[in-house]
Design a protein around this ligand. Structure first.
Ligand code: FEO
Ligand code: CA
Ligand code: CA
Ligand code: CA
Length: 640
């Protein structure tokens, strides 16, 4: 699990500790729902909608699996528990870049004792690699990569306990995160970063951004430094990625709330609308240990109460123009954005699917007003259109509900800033932490990793069910059918009329993750889980041009109990047609495998290794450093 900087808790557990459920419950609503749920889940159908889901999706899958040859061109890798990367027979891997490696000739040199000094800390590859996309023009290939957060304690060895002691320390942390644009090239010695390429660029927590869409210029976005509410500084907690059909990069701001705090130790005296928003989005008085607010007034909500409203968006970056100002697209909503997966409607409108990664939050879809025309004007495609939220029915159908002023009672700007509230107003379906969404290029369907939700259905001491941050009880529902869900699942939907712009869809579960060697009930998972391919907490996901689903995990790697036989976090290949899932790559212990893209010739995969717990990739005596590795076939055949 991703750990918070100072605490041995996952980011989500930290949110639970900081922001426990409302003390005042809508008690009648809780009881009503629990009762109707009990009726639904009675007797042998205790697995309820999950069984129905497996009936349509997985029985088909397992039948097909039994009768069809595997499409995978590799033997399944055994689970691993050591401190390095493994790939199957016939494949090889290498290190492309580690955190702290130079992008420019004048970058400071990495030191195992002192790390990287502040001066030049924005001239190196950022820390904790996450989502990435490769762009190419002619022979030039640019890799654009997110740096999600900074693990201060391990990777700032010069600082006592990694706690910033000055504005200079904070600036260094800010420089290690954000986005890296770098040219990469393959030579006889393998892939390498082109140091001093004119395209190389670091975008940090202080890079100037333009704000567009319905919230631009709104009073709630105005600050003393930006009285127009249209220019913000920095992009925060860049998690998953996306790309547009016109060749730009999308970076997704996820746990932005953790950077803000209050030097007064309270939110007393701040406007009610701000305080209500802080509660919904988990903005506290201490932050998550980055301590920015003590050294940089922008992050101190007692001085700048609107600054948190300027983060939590999808940000568009032009990789080919190092001088281009990134754009924060408020029309696509403000929440803990995981990634952004695009599709085109038959008419050519741009659809962007997005998840809000927090327990009991929602899944969203954007549909542009105008159509994409190659070479045409793309300036309105992420600012003029309609945002929808998903509502799943237990009968395996679902609806995209438009977030409109009429239905939410909020203005367009308020919907853009407090998107979670708007979605609650239209009774969206609470999900088990939507992580990456991927669109299948070989069929009109999409998939979302629902990583886990150990609080789903949790009964509190007073008999009520655990709620999300809106106070909605997280009762098991269609695509989130299990209580205390430690394993996760992948939901798949097929839009009606083969149109990603359609308002309705059919859905099933591609996989309900489980451990059939430990459990015989719903925690065994669906038929495509078996002793050989055990994993948990699906998170990163991409589907390659042949339709193979690549699934990356960010789960429990202690390899015991519920997770016995899982080994380290890993990347697996899934067949959308047969349902077969096969382990392809394992990461070093302690790491999360996250981020995947391909070279222009599709003969190399780039895979991200985030927060390794072992001295990876440089071995004994060195510090653990997040890194991007390349994976190729020994015969240099296609891998994507
Ligand atoms: Fe940054 Fe939800 O993963
Ligand atoms: Ca992570
Ligand atoms: Ca993730
Ligand atoms: Ca995760």
């Amino acid at each position: 699990m991703t750990k918070t900087p100072q605490h041995d808790l996952s980011f989500d557990d930290w949110d639970e500790v900081m922001f426990p459920r409302d003390e005042v419950q809508d008690f009648d609503r809780v009881v009503d729902s629990a009762l109707s749920r009990r009726g639904f889940l009675s007797g042998a159908l205790a697995f309820g909608s999950g069984a129905a889901v497996m009936g349509t999706g997985m029985l088909h899958g397992s039948t097909a699996m039994a009768g069809q040859a595997s499409r995978f061109a590799f033997e399944q890798l055994a689970p691993q528990t050591d401190g390095t990367v493994h790939v199957p027979e016939g494949y090889n891997w290498d290190v492309l870049v580690r955190w702290g490696d130079p992008l420019f000739g004048d970058a400071p040199e990495w030191s195992a004792e002192t790390g990287i000094p502040t001066e030049g800390s924005d001239r190196v590859f950022g820390e904790n690699t996450d989502g990435m996309e490769l762009f190419h023009l002619g022979d030039t290939e640019l890799l654009v990569v997110n740096s999600e957060y900074t693990n201060r304690k391990i990777n700032l060895p010069a600082e006592q306990e990694g706690i910033p002691a000055s504005a200079d320390d904070v600036l260094r942390l800010q420089n290690f995160q954000g986005v890296t644009v770098m040219e990469v090239t393959e030579g006889d010695a393998g892939w390498e970063v082109v140091v001093d390429s004119p395209y190389n660029r670091r975008i940090t927590h202080n890079t100037e951004m333009k704000i567009d869409g319905p919230a631009a210029g709104h009073d709630l976005l105005k600050t003393s430094a930006d009285p127009t509410g249209t220019m913000s500084l920095g992009t925060l907690n860049n998690c998953g990625s996306g790309r547009t059909p016109w060749g730009t990069y999308l970076t997704c701001e996820e746990n932005f709330n953790g950077y803000f705090g209050s030097t007064t130790g309270s939110h007393d005296g701040l406007p009610e609308v701000n305080v209500a928003g802080y509660k919904r989005y988990g903005i506290g008085t201490d932050g998550w240990g980055y301590d920015y607010h003590k050294w940089d007034a922008r992050f101190d909500v007692s001085q700048n109460p609107n600054e948190p409203h300027r983060a939590g968006y999808i940000v568009e970056i032009d990789p080919w123009n190092p001088d281009a100002t990134p754009i924060k697209h408020t029309a696509l909503g403000r929440f803990k954005h995981e990634n952004a997966a695009y599709a085109l409607t038959p008419e050519g409108q741009v659809v962007v699917y997005m998840g809000d990664d927090e327990r009991g939050e929602y899944m969203y879809k954007w549909v542009s007003r105008d159509i994409f025309v190659p070479g045409g004007d793309t300036s309105t495609l992420l600012s003029e259109g309609q945002l929808f939220v998903a509502k799943f029915n237990d009968d395996l159908t679902g609806t995209w509900v438009a977030l409109t002023p009429e239905d939410t009672g909020m203005t367009e700007a308020e919907i853009a800033i407090f998107t979670r509230k708007a979605a609650t107003e239209v009774s969206a379906t609470t999900m088990d932490r939507p992580e990456w969404i991927a669109v299948n290029p070989t069929a009109v369907e999409a998939y979302c990793c629902l990583t886990n939700n150990s609080r789903r259905g949790l009964v509190e001491e007073d008999g009520s069910i655990r709620t999300n941050a809106a106070g909605e009880p997280m009762i098991p529902n269609g695509p989130n059918p299990r209580e205390i869900n430690r394993y996760g699942q992948i939901v798949r939907w097929r839009p009606h009329n083969d149109d990603h712009g359609a308002a309705t869809f059919d859905w099933d579960l591609y996989v309900m993750v489980g451990n059939p060697t430990v459990h015989a009930d719903q925690y065994a998972g669906t038929a495509n889980m078996n002793e050989g391919n055990l994993f948990n907490s699906p998170d990163g996901m991409q589907i390659d041009s042949s339709g193979i689903i690549w699934i990356q995990t960010d789960g429990d790697d202690d390899n015991e109990g519920d997770f016995a036989g899982n080994g380290n976090n890993q990347m697996l290949a899934g067949d959308p047609v047969t349902g077969e899932i096969r382990r392809f790559l394992t990461g070093p212990n302690g790491c999360e495998v996250t981020g995947l893209t391909w070279s222009a010739d599709k003969r190399t995969m780039f895979v991200g290794i985030q927060h390794p717990g072992a001295p990876f990739p440089d071995g004994d005596g060195s510090l653990p450093r997040s890194a991007i590795v390349t994976v190729k076939r020994d015969d240099n055949a296609l891998v994507g």
